[in-house]
Ligand binder design. Structure first.
Ligand code: C5P
Length: 201
């Protein structure tokens, strides 16, 4: 039987970490749907037409090098505003969500568009400053030379684009439970997500 957990929210709110931990905890498969848009963004930077890139996307592309850069993140949020790109990626995400044994999908529109019937919907958020600080720490750890102001501007530009696009904008589903991780450590955020999911199951 399928059981879908939808986890949405803005950039660097903790969705990825929470989703991986929740999938581990319940023994479910996990799909980071942002990677799909990042692959298409990367292809666009390489000169491929974005809708075509989305139509020919292969699961193995999610392992491609260079998907985690700031440049690809911005390109991803640009191609994500194209209805043709979003449409081409729907079936893959729905098939993943409906697999036997349960699935956790994280992204921007999982609870609103991809899986409106998900058993559990979480909207994970945090203040822009907290999110920028976390992203900066992550980038610094990876040896990327950047600073707080640049990262904050990047995060805000992406959120603005994701929230204001006409097709599948970033917003909580009406029946989503919001988890604000601003004042929480990673462990606390994961514990709280697991508690909320246990409650909703
Ligand atoms: O989650 P991540 O930061 O990897 O996502 C990159 C970009 O992909 C987001 O800024 C957003 O524009 C887009 N995205 C989306 N819908 C999703 C997941 C990601 O539009 N379900």
């Amino acid at each position: 039987m399928s059981f879908t957990i939808a986890i949405d929210g803005p950039a660097a709110a903790g969705k990825g970490t929470i989703s991986r931990a929740v999938a581990d905890r319940f023994g479910f498969a996990h799909l980071d749907t942002g990677l799909l848009y990042r692959v298409v963004g990367l292809r666009m930077l390489q000169g491929v037409e974005p809708v075509e890139a989305a139509e020919y996307l292969l699961p193995s592309d999610l392992e491609a090098e260079g998907l985690r850069t700031a440049e690809v993140a911005q390109a991803a949020s640009k191609v994500a505003a194209l209805p043709g790109v979003r449409k081409a990626l729907v079936d893959f995400q729905r098939a993943f969500a409906l697999r036997d044994g349960g699935a956790v999908l994280d992204g921007r529109d999982i609870g609103t568009v991809i899986c409106p019937d998900a058993a559990v919907k979480l909207f994970v958020t945090a203040s822009p400053e907290v999110r920028a600080r976390r992203r900066l720490d992550e980038l610094t750890e990876r040896g990327v030379d950047t600073d707080f102001v640049t990262v904050l501007a990047d995060v805000q530009a992406r959120d603005e684009r994701d929230m204001t696009r006409a097709d599948a904008p970033l917003k909580p589903a009406d029946d989503a439970v919001t988890l604000d991780t601003s004042g929480l450590s990673i462990d606390e955020a994961v514990d709280e997500a697991v508690r909320l999911i246990e409650e909703m199951r």
